[in-house]
Design a protein around this ligand. Structure first.
Ligand code: TXA
Ligand code: MG
Length: 319
């Protein structure tokens, strides 16, 4: 078990020594280290068992502090930054010399985000360096949306967990960048495309680049539980697997669990924001339920529904 608490000074002290601290954000918990210290950054990759081709997001507390690390000159990206930061948005920007190549996997763009969590913003403000932080889960597994998730899997690897309560968005940030004057979305996430397009105009989806991904959230299999997960029309799946012990993720009017069927409700009122908040927690519950299968079906493809479906598809078992 890692020490868990709300002591920002302690978190800052450990980070200044090059240690790993789990930090709360509105999207998911991050596994943070000094982004300018290569040895500390290496420890992130080791703790997560993460391949070096998967670059890290750098977190700062305001736009002024970002200029030391990245160039924010594109007009549309500036608009997005002004509208949605602090928030579930990550921008890919040309990096400055200060950012080690290890952080960007040798790419000349760095992913930057200003997270919207009061404790983490205060922590960032108190530090003379930005924080590199991937989601605080082993590589490829479901992201953590509460401190106990971090403790369960990375409790031995982190020096301290900053307790910030459950994440209020529940999905990782949406990753946006520019390519040849085109606004591109590389990962669907906690900021809906509709909101992005309202502010910055049309955007193109560039997901799913399975080899040499720009963003490994783009890897086809990711966010995956250990238990086999089947995605399809729920009633048909329930009939086919009537006799098999299973956990079922669903949305809508509540259903009663039976001895061999554990029903887990993402949102009784079919509210997609609530479903986003619940998704990873319930996926973990399903995975830890001891059932043989996890069944679920896609949600409506609007707003955060797109990002939820994206995670479900990547979590699903490919036959
Ligand atoms: O909401 C979030 O984004 C959370 C919280 C902790 O901020 N972080 C997160 O980090 O989800 P991670 O490492 O699990 O996912 C970051 C994604 C990866 O898929 C990575 O490939 C992409 O961002 N990324 C990071 N730097 C990049 C870069 N320079 N170019 C392209 N993609 C990059
Ligand atoms: Mg991740």
């Amino acid at each position: 078990m890692a020490e868990t608490g709300k002591n920002i000074e302690e978190a800052a002290r450990l980070l200044s020594q090059g240690q790993l601290v789990a930090i709360p954000t509105e999207t998911v918990y991050g596994l943070a280290a000094n982004a300018l210290d290569e040895t500390a950054v290496l420890a992130i990759f080791a703790a997560k068992n993460r391949p070096f081709f998967d670059p890290l997001i750098v977190h700062t507390h305001n736009i002024e502090s970002l200029y030391r690390y990245a160039v924010l000159s594109d007009e549309r990206l500036r608009l997005l930054a002004q509208h949605f930061w602090p928030g579930p948005l990550t921008l890919l920007l040309p990096k400055t010399e200060l950012i080690p190549d290890l952080v960007t996997s040798g790419l000349n763009q760095v992913a930057i985000r200003i997270p919207n969590h009061p404790l983490t913003l205060r922590l960032l403000q108190s530090l003379p360096f930005p924080l590199a932080a991937p989601s605080a889960n082993p590589f490829g597994y479901v992201s953590p949306t509460q401190s106990s998730h971090v403790n369960d899997q990375l409790g031995k690897q982190v020096a301290y967990i900053l307790e910030g309560g459950p994440s209020t968005v529940g999905l990782e940030s949406t990753i946006v960048g520019m390519e040849d004057q085109t606004l591109c979305i590389y990962r669907l996430g906690g900021l809906a495309i509709e909101d992005i397009e309202n502010v910055a105009g049309p955007a193109e989806l560039r997901l799913n680049q399975s080899s040499n991904p720009k963003a490994p959230g783009q890897l086809k299999s990711h966010y995956a539980p250990k238990t086999k997960l089947l995605l399809g029309p729920l009633n048909a799946l329930l009939q086919t697997y009537a006799k098999v012990p299973k956990a079922v993720l669903y949305m809508g009017p509540s259903r009663t669990s039976e001895p061999n069927t554990l029903f887990l409700n993402l949102s009784e009122s079919s509210n997609l924001n609530e479903a986003a908040i619940q998704l990873f927690k319930l996926l973990r519950m399903a995975d830890n339920s001891g059932m043989e299968l996890v069944l679920c079906e896609e949600v409506p493809e609007i707003g955060l529904g797109r990002a939820i479906n994206d995670r479900l598809r990547r979590a699903a078992t490919r036959e």
